[in-house]
Design a protein around this ligand. Structure first.
Ligand SMILES: [Zn+2]
Length: 41
């Protein structure tokens, strides 16, 4: 299962549908649940 679109992808960790976020003219896919906040270790 390699041929898979890059949209509506379920997160591999929680299974949440990945959302596309537009940031600085760039669009990146990230999980709203697993998305880690900046500077958080
Ligand atoms: Zn997730």
């Amino acid at each position: 299962m390699h041929a898979y679109g890059q949209r509506d992808l379920p997160c591999a960790r929680c299974g949440t549908p990945i959302v596309r976020e537009s940031f600085m003219n760039r669009s990146s896919y990230s999980c709203p649940v697993c998305q880690r906040p900046p500077r958080s270790r």
